[in-house]
Design a protein around this ligand. Sequence first.
Ligand code: PEP
Ligand code: MN
Length: 350
Amino acid sequence: MIVIMQTGATSDNIEGVVRRLRENGLRAQISWGEERTVIGVLGTGFPPELEHSLEALAGVERVTRITRPFKLASRDFKPLDTAVPVDGLAVGAEGDFVVMAGPCSVESREQVLQTARSVRKSGAAVLRGGAFKPRTSPYSFQGLGEDGLKLLAEARAETGLPIVTEVLDVRDVEIVAAYADILQIGARNMQNYPLLREVGNTRHSVLLKRGLSATIEEWLLAAEYIMAGGNLNVILCERGIRGFDSQYTRNVLDISAVPVVKRLSHLPVIIDPSHAAGKWYLVKPLALAAAAAGADGLLIEVHPSPDHALSDGPQSLNLQNFDDLMCALQPILAASGRRLAGGRLEPVSA
Ligand code: PEP
Ligand code: MN
């Protein structure tokens, strides 16, 4: 249920609604709009008489039931697009396209710094890199842990690029949040509800990947878990879903998720073509398609020497190929009045 306030409703009017909800064992999530404020009602059980009594309060325009199962993530709750703040940038801000790039895993100081410098020059606005890795096999490289986070922090200090990195476990949220600008929830953890609640209790921006076989509704409900804790800074990331042909592509990139999510939700949505493709030579066409379909940005795996990568080498772009992609993106973005949020500095030489 949402309570739509009249234009010009006062803070006393809003406080009156919040108080009435509290008296009924419900919580309020306020969305301050330029025109009008909308109050989302959180909790279970709204007796019809409550609906009428809210409507009678000063400053209330109307009370509406949101029929979709996700509420705070829904466009009914917030009609205007959300721009998620990330250290001076905003993902989802009108006109900006945010490219997050870097290695699948942080492997060494040299590898992270070289990649960070190069992707920055090419126009990336955020550095990615996994320190805690969700590997299919327990015998594969599991990441450098906190040492990896420290290397990411060093790369941020040198290049100014904010960091997105995965948090795998509820017990690591505090330590990862101490280093990261964006907490990444991986595809395998999309329905790890304790973890979603934990990041929902922080005020860190969260990048929420779509699960390997999650429906769009399940994905938006996972976002709702985070938002119900009061953290509205959620960036959705489509990274390909399981198909039946894994011979030529690792997953199937659901490009339709972009316009569908944009219609259903106010949250920004970005595309990770690397995990969808599984092959480096598919990353560029999928990335260009994502930009053309209206995604708010990309998450791309880049490695200075993909054939030596400790994880996801076959899908990683080398520095030159990443630079080529960033060049190719520009006319597509320009056609829709957008630009790279980081801005290209200089071309990378081979
Ligand atoms: C990653 O970004 O390196 C990763 C493990 O992604 P996903 O959760 O989409 O598999
Ligand atoms: Mn990876």
